[in-house]
Design a protein around this ligand. Structure first.
Ligand SMILES: Nc1ncnc2c1ncn2[C@@H]1O[C@H](COP(=O)(O)OP(=O)(O)OP(=O)(O)O)[C@@H](O)[C@H]1O
Ligand SMILES: O=P(O)(O)OC[C@H]1O[C@H](OP(=O)(O)OP(=O)(O)O)[C@H](O)[C@@H]1O
Ligand SMILES: [Mg+2]
Length: 281
């Protein structure tokens, strides 16, 4: 099975990192290559531009691909969104000059909109029944309203800095995007594809959990159980030669601070918190 992976840009490093953490180590690294074998003899990585990945998958050059939802929507290809990989979060928005006349998308009837995403933009205005002309550009979209090329733009925003710096105000959201694992519909049930989904899911599930270990007098165990719901409850083991038990549990990362305070108050000792690499539920 071939998996298409962004070859450069902001999506490259987090994609490689995810493959590595999922245990699909790339043989010989990912630098400046078109292909790389992985530790799994049945899985090869193919490197392509984020914008081209939907095409590679739809054409059969790869079975699955890692890229932004915006890129798949813009391609028009009918791919299955298998898993949100939780990076590359951004929004496609309509934006217009802060001090101009355009305050709603309806104000763009008869106007011009510049974008790197012409398909998504056309679909958006068509659905809203607004007749706006769409001008395709390949970069520096934010400049176009200031040089009379367009009345508004449809572009990516994340922190909002680029819009602000260019004195543009968001008018409406067109699409919320993040990076996903996409597949061609005919390969969705393939065993390898499902194994890949499980491997990625296990990395994502581990990210916001921690493994907690502690010792506590056995007579406090019920109280400890109350603060450690865990996955199917904590694992409890005798500590030889003492009245203590050792308790191990998987907990939400954001709950760790509070749980440690509770456990200390219950007389727990030797509390250890460690990261989890992967968690297959
Ligand atoms: N500011 C951002 N924050 C989060 N995600 C973003 C941002 N800009 C773009 N993305 C996501 O990353 C994808 C690829 O964008 P990026 O600009 O990194 O790729 P590129 O066009 O291949 O690289 P380059 O711009 O260097 O040519 C976009 O389609 C979108 O899904
Ligand atoms: O809301 P912000 O956090 O400012 O992010 C939005 C900007 O990020 C992207 O540009 P990128 O950094 O990829 O540069 P590029 O225009 O060269 O692709 C996008 O095209 C926006 O211009
Ligand atoms: Mg870019």
């Amino acid at each position: 099975m071939r998996i298409a992976v962004p070859n450069k840009g902001r999506l490259h490093d987090p994609s490689i990192d995810l493959l590595e953490r999922a245990g699909l180590h790339l043989e010989g690294g990912a630098d400046r290559k078109l292909y790389a074998d992985t530790v799994d003899p049945d899985v090869t990585a193919l490197f392509a531009r984020a914008a081209d990945i939907p095409e590679y998958v739809a054409d059969g050059a790869a079975a699955v691909g890692i890229t932004g939802l915006d890129q798949v929507r813009e391609s028009g290809h009918d791919l299955v969104d298998l898993l949100d990989l939780e990076f590359g979060r951004c929004r496609l928005v309509v934006a217009a000059p802060e001090d101009g006349d355009i305050e709603t998308v309806e104000d763009l009837a008869g106007g011009t909109v510049a974008t790197e995403f012409p398909r998504i933009t056309r679909d958006f205005f068509e659905e809203r029944g607004i007749d706006a002309e769409v001008v395709e550009v390949t970069g520096a979209t934010e400049l176009t309203p200031h040089v009379d090329m367009a009345d508004a733009i449809v572009d990516i925003t994340s922190t909002g800095t680029t819009l602000r710096v260019n004195r543009l105000a968001e008018i409406e959201e067109v699409l919320a995007s993040s990076v996903r694992l996409f597949a061609r519909p005919d390969v969705v049930d393939d065993e390898k594809v499902q194994q890949l989904v499980t491997a990625f899911e296990s990395v994502l599930a581990a990210e916001d959990r921690r493994y907690l270990m502690l010792n506590v007098p056995e007579d406090r165990l019920d109280a400890v159980r109350d603060v450690l719901p865990g996955m199917g409850g904590p694992t409890v083991m005798d500590v030889a030669g003492t009245d203590d038990v050792a308790v191990h549990a998987v907990v939400e990362e954001r709950a760790v601070f509070g749980i440690i305070n509770d456990l200390k108050a219950m007389g727990a000792s030797d509390i250890l918190v460690t990261e989890i690499e992967r968690l297959v539920e």
